[in-house]
Design a protein around this ligand. Structure first.
Ligand code: A2P
Length: 331
């Protein structure tokens, strides 16, 4: 099997570290690994395939000889280095939102639109984590009918704000036990024992940038340019798995029983839907694994083409690192 020289941009972050783990778990054909981060981390070593690999400072010239670069850094870093990645002849599979809506950049959930990798021009984007998890949950239904509208509320883990977000929740809880005060840094307010109904900045008619991703990215992935989505994104004190409550309206009526069998048969999904036995998706159960759990499937009481569901998925794995590596596998 051909082997590839793989770079991970942002290798020391929450998503980057998970990428390194998943590359090994899935036996991705890595010839040489180049973990890239800021000057702060350069020289420190990480273990990969039983070897100590030094972290390389990201510079314009740091990509030579690479075949694939997996992006796990913020937009500004992805934007700054993308031209140099392409110049070096590597393909850039990026997890930031910098290129997701560009017309020459495919936006991929491998279980939904794998064929879109074919028209890439060097950059491919990994969608927003909440969008991936929600679309995965409805992927079985989307295969048999159009999704016309969706009303969704997300309950997003602190891992969405990277290692700093996870550390902040843990430190705040620890500080509260000691009766100490804690000044939030990663979030605008304390996240321990709280929920914050803002993720991202104001973008459109009072909706935030994070909330508009579900519609804008969802349309591109599902090839449904008319789909309408109203979304409310909320940060909750959960470490690393996002949950979403969604009401979809489908073109053809889908019964609850049909929805259950479509979801149970959808690759990457697990149906967990037995209220009497208290079986439903919960973020603790979906953390550190690959499947999106879907349950609480109910007919909408206001519209007979409507279906409610609840889903959870690991934001760092399927919502980010795993999906990015699945895109690289398709390539
Ligand atoms: P570093 O650890 O050296 O700062 P997270 O969102 O989990 O905090 O991860 C952010 C990732 O982006 C880290 O790997 C971080 O590396 C990396 N990063 C931050 N600034 C830069 C930069 N200027 N160039 C390259 N990588 C960067």
């Amino acid at each position: 099997m051909k082997q590839y020289n793989v770079g991970v941009l942002g290798a020391t972050g929450a998503v980057g570290q998970e990428m390194l783990k998943i590359l090994q778990q899935r036996n991705f054909p890595v010839k040489d690994l180049r973990p890239l981060a800021s000057a702060r981390s350069a020289g420190t070593k990480i273990e990969f395939m039983g070897e100590q690999v030094p972290i390389v400072e990201t510079t314009d010239k740091a990509f030579s000889g690479l075949d694939i670069v997996l992006g796990a850094a913020e937009n500004d870093i992805a934007e700054k280095f993308a031209p140099h990645i392409l110049e070096a002849g590597a393909v850039f599979v990026d997890n930031s939102s910098a290129f997701r809506l560009r017309e020459d950049v495919p936006l991929i959930v491998p279980e939904i639109n794998p064929e879109d990798v074919k028209w890439h021009k060097g950059i491919l984007s990994n969608p927003n984590c909440t969008t991936i998890i929600t679309l995965m949950a409805l992927s079985g239904i989307a295969r048999v009918t159009e999704i016309e509208t969706m009303v969704a509320s997300s309950y997003q883990a602190v891992s969405g704000a990277g290692i700093a977000g996870m550390r902040e929740l843990q430190e705040e809880v620890a500080a509260s036990f000691k009766g100490e005060s804690y000044a939030p840094k990663a979030f605008p307010y304390p996240i321990a024992y709280n929920v914050i109904p803002q993720i991202g900045s104001r973008q459109f008619m009072g909706y935030t940038s994070e909330e508009m991703k579900m519609q804008n990215e969802g349309r591109k992935i599902l090839h449904l340019p008319e789909m309408k989505v109203s979304c409310t994104c909320v940060r909750v004190p959960v470490l690393r798995s996002h949950s979403i409550s969604a009401l979809i309206r489908t073109k053809d009526k889908i019964s609850v029983e049909q929805a259950r069998s479509l979801i149970a048969a959808a690759p990457g999904c697990r149906l967990v839907d037995d209220l009497d036995n208290k079986q439903y998706p919960m973020p603790l159960d979906t953390s550190d694994q690959d499947l999106v759990f879907v349950g609480r499937i109910r007919e909408d009481l206001t519209d007979d083409h409507g279906l409610n569901f609840w889903c959870c998925g690991d934001q760092i794995r399927k919502g980010a690192a795993l999906n990015t590596i699945q895109i690289a596998e398709l390539l």
